[in-house]
Design a protein around this ligand. Sequence first.
Ligand SMILES: Cc1cc2nc3c(=O)[nH]c(=O)nc-3n(C[C@H](O)[C@H](O)[C@H](O)COP(=O)(O)OP(=O)(O)OC[C@H]3O[C@@H](n4cnc5c(N)ncnc54)[C@H](O)[C@@H]3O)c2cc1C
Length: 429
Amino acid sequence: MTYEKITHGLWAATAPDRPRLNTFSGEKETEVAIIGGGYTGLSAALHLAVDGHSSVVLEAKDIGFGGAGRNVGLVNAGLWLMPEDVISLVGKDHGEALIRVLGASPQLVYGLAEKYNMDCEAWPHGTLHCADSKAGYKALQERERQWQKVGAPVRLLEKDEAAEKLGSNAYRGALLDERAGTIQPLSYAFGLANAALKEGAELYNNSPVIGLEKTASGYTLTTPHGRLKAKKVIIAVMGYPEQAFGDQLNNLIPFNYFQFATAPIPKSVLKTVLPGKNGAWDTNLILSSFRLDKNGRLSVGSVGSLEGFAMDVNRAWAKRTLNKVFPQLGDIELEYAWYGRIAMTPNHIPRFHVMDDNMAMVTCFNGRGIGPGTVFGKLMAQYMSGGSPADIPLPVSPVKAVNLRALRGLFYEAGSRLYHYAQRRTPIF
Ligand SMILES: Cc1cc2nc3c(=O)[nH]c(=O)nc-3n(C[C@H](O)[C@H](O)[C@H](O)COP(=O)(O)OP(=O)(O)OC[C@H]3O[C@@H](n4cnc5c(N)ncnc54)[C@H](O)[C@@H]3O)c2cc1C
């Protein structure tokens, strides 16, 4: 079974039927080979097909097997970093373009969901970034200032208004971002796949790329049962690289994130929990996130895996956090638990690697990949169908291993476990 309960949890249980795809076999030719069937690869295939270019997506496992099928489903506008930090890290030209395209990325996601009639709980109702401390509130004031400076519809809500929108008194205020919202992340990946198929792209699952060779006329990609010849290649393996791309793991910091989903909340209580169906998360360094789904389940998530004793520690933390933030839920059962690996970079900026003019990848969305994956897939399609690297609003960087990557990953994992362990014992108020 591709989608395990512990990795794809609620999303696999509530997604519509997955697209039934064949395994790649035999010999084929295409203009653009796309490696990876997540948002980036699928969006690239869809946009190439719309522009009349042939492409073949080779997915190692199944559509949405990577981050796309495991995430929280917050369709955010922009990166974690504040706009001015983005500019100082990548420069004015790239930075301003990046802020512009990623600021508009939820629009692209929701626009595609509507255009292709995707069954994916696409709720563009806004998100709430909640202040859990005085310092957090100050940081949100600064975030509001920077986003408003570029004309974004964000507004810092005082405690009372935030409490109304959240259905909780737990926070000091919240930054409402009207561009953003939530989605069922695995269903959205299925929706993109169906749209790409409809427009004429070819998609295969259980077809890991195990070899990639440059030839006189392009590239030859090898899978266990076939060979694909392509003029160009888009690599879209992100945080779940396998086989020929296993080494890519060295280029990111592994950062786990877990979620628990409640049983459906009784109707009378449901109308008091995130009544506007906003997605929410907080300013704590080890953040908490909250969101509802179509069946009235509330997901709560935070940093860490669910391996070994972390399952018990984090379950206890999730229960306590729900009691603290949404006491009206009472002793509600947690029915699903799952986690996944976020692809982080040391400076929290995604990376753009050009292996040569006809083979490239954009990777490491630092936990913000629904909008960015969709946008960068579209921009990569543009680049590979006659454009240039300048189509991508990121500096080209060499593929480079992250220093002390295992230690950094351990730091996040051990730090979050200790935090959640300590938190489950502190009094609620
Ligand atoms: C727990 C978690 C929570 C997150 N929360 C959010 C959120 O709320 N909002 C948000 O915007 N983002 C979030 N993200 C990030 C987001 O999920 C990712 O950025 C996004 O999925 C990246 O899309 P992608 O298509 O680039 O990569 P992926 O979705 O990871 O897809 C890569 C695909 O490549 C395939 N692959 C790997 N190797 C090979 C090979 N050799 N041959 C063929 N195929 C291969 C994999 O099987 C996989 O399906 C979260 C991620 C995680 C893990």
